[in-house]
Design a protein around this ligand. Sequence first.
Ligand code: C2E
Ligand code: MG
Ligand code: MG
Length: 599
Amino acid sequence: MFEKNVLPAILIIDDEEQIRRLLTDLLSAEYECVQACSAEEALAVLETRTFDLVLSDINMSGITGLELVPRIHESTPDTVVMMISGQQTIDVAIEAMRAGAFDFITKPMDLRQVQAGVARALSHRRLIEDKRRYENHLEELVQERTAKIEHLAYHDRLTDLPNRNLFEIRCEEALAIAPARGGAVLLVSLDRFKKIVGALGHAAGDVLLTTAAARMQCCIRGHDVIARFETDEFGILLTGVEDATEVTDVALTIAAAMKPSFSVGGGQDVFVTTSIGISLFPANGNDAATIIRNARAALDQAKQLAGNNYQFYVPEMNAQALTSLGLETNLRRAVEENEFVTYYQPIVCLASGKTVAFEALVRWQHPRLGLLNPVDFIALAEDTGLILEIGTLVMRTACAQVRQWQCEGHGPLRIAINVSARQVLEKDFLDQLIGVLAEARLDAQSLELEITETSIMENSESAIRVLSDIRRLGVRVSIDDFGTGYSSLSYLKHLPIDTVKLDRSFVSGVTTDLKDAALVMAIVSLAHNLNLQVIAEGIETNEQHDFLRSLKCDEGQGYLLGRPAPAELIDWTRLNPERKQNVVASHRATENIRLVINE
Ligand code: C2E
Ligand code: MG
Ligand code: MG
C-alpha cells in the first residue's frame, strides 16, 4: 500500500448515483476511485481487491452501512471506513464509530470537509501500518525480555526478594508436596517504619528495608522462602517444621538480628524492632490464603500489643479483628476526630502544559489500617449518611487550601471537589456552599463540583434543578466518570453542566484500541459542540497524552501529570517548571507585589 506513484484506492458506496458521482469527481484527481451502488456489490468488489479507504452510506436497502463495516473488517481489519449519514444526530455517528468506522460525514456534504476527512482517514491508515510494523518489532522485544519481565512480576524491585504472588505460589507448592509435614508462615513488620520514613525520608527507608531483609535472610535455612509483602512487611515460609519451638526459635533469632542499629546514610543510625504474626500449617489452614490471613490476624495482635513481640495465631483472633474493624463505628469516630486527609491531584491544560486546577481526593488516615482510599469507605459513608459531614469537611479544607495557593502566587487555580448525589440533594446544600465560599474567601469561579453521571441519572429532575442553582452562583459543574453510563450521551445536552470528565477506562484504550479512540474523538467533538470543556482522567502514558492533546481535549489528569499528594508535598517546580524562575525574577523586581503568574 502507498507505494510510490500508486494512488491510494477508495471504494465509494452509495445507493444514490448523484452522490457517487459527486464524490468521484471530487476525489479522482488525487485518488483511484471505484464505485458500488450497494453493500452487496461492494462485498463482491472487495473479494477481488483491497482498498485503502471505504466511503459508505449508512442507509441503504439490503445490507446497511452499519452492517457492512464489521464484514469488511472480518477480512481486512486495517481498512479504514468513513460513513456518510443523512441524519445529523450524534447518536448515529456514535453508532457508526461503535460499528468500527473511523469517521463520519453528514449530508448535505461540505466538500472541503470531505476532502479533509479523506486525507485524515488515509493518514490514519498509514499510522495503522506503522503501528503493525511497530507491533511486530515489539513482539520480538517482548519475547526477548519475557524472562526479565517474569522475574519482575514475581519479585520486589527494591530488595529483589520474591513478592507476595510468588510467596503464595511457594506456599501452595509446600502444601501440595508434603501436606502432612508441618510448616509455618511468619509475617514480620518493622515497627515505626512509617515514622522513620517521615523523619528521615524515603532513601533512608529503602536502606533500612534492604538491610533488614538481608539480616532476616541470615535467620532462615536455604530452602525457606522470604518475600516482601507490603511497604514494611515481609513473609517467611518455613517448611519441614517438627514442632512450634522451632518456629519460636526463628522468631527470636529475627528479633535478635534486628537489635544492632541500622545506619541509613547521612550519618544517621536508627533502631528498629519487629512485630511478628505466626500461623502454622496444617493446624491453622489448608491453603495459602487462609494461612496468610491467619498470620496477619496474629500480626495485628502483636502490633496492638505495642510491637516488639511475636504472636501465634489463635482462632479467636479473627473474630476479634472483625469486630474491632467494625468500620462504621470507626468511621463515626473518624469524623469526630477528623482523621481525614485531603490529597490533591493536578489537572493540566493540555495545550500549555500548565496546572490549572487540582482535584481534591479524600483519604482516611486509619489509626490501625493506615491510609485508606475512598473505595474503602465512601460507600459506607453514603449508606450511613456520614458522607454529609465528610463532604463538608473536604469542601472547607480544599477551598481554604486553594485560596492559600492563589494568595501565594500560584495563579488563578481552580479546585475540583467530588460531591455525592446525597450531599447535593440536601435541602441546605446551596446555603452551605455559599457559606464555605465566604469562609474561604474564594471566588465561586474557582470552584468546580464533580458529580457522577449515574448519580444524576438516578435523581434526574431534582438533581438538574440543584445543578442549575449551583451554576447560577458561578460555581462550575462537571460530570465525573463520563462514559460509564454511556446510554445518556444524547441526554448530555439537557444537563446544566460546564465540563465532562472522560472516564479513565476510555483513556486507557485510546492508543491501543481503535474503537476507544473513535469514541473519545466523538465525545470530545460532541462536548465541544455543546460548549462543554473536556477533562481526560487517568492519563498514564505520553502516547495517551499526545493523542488527547491532538484531539484538542482541554485538560488532563493522571499519574503521568502528577499523582494525588498531600498539600505540603505538591512539587510546584515540577508542575510548572518555568514558573519558579518567573517568581524569583519578579520577586527581585517588585518585592511587594503578589504575582498571578498563570494568566
Ligand atoms: P474520581 O473522582 O474519578 O477520581 C479519580 C480517581 O482516579 C482517584 O482515585 C485518583 O487517585 C485516580 N487516578 C488519578 N489518576 C490516575 C491514573 O493515571 N491512573 C489510575 N489508575 N488512577 C488514577 P481515588 O482518590 O481512589 O478516588 C476514587 C473515587 O472516590 C473518586 O473518583 C471519587 O468518585 C471518590 N471520592 C474521592 N474523594 C471524594 C470526596 O471527597 N467525596 C466524595 N463524595 N467522593 C470522593
Ligand atoms: Mg472526581
Ligand atoms: Mg472520575
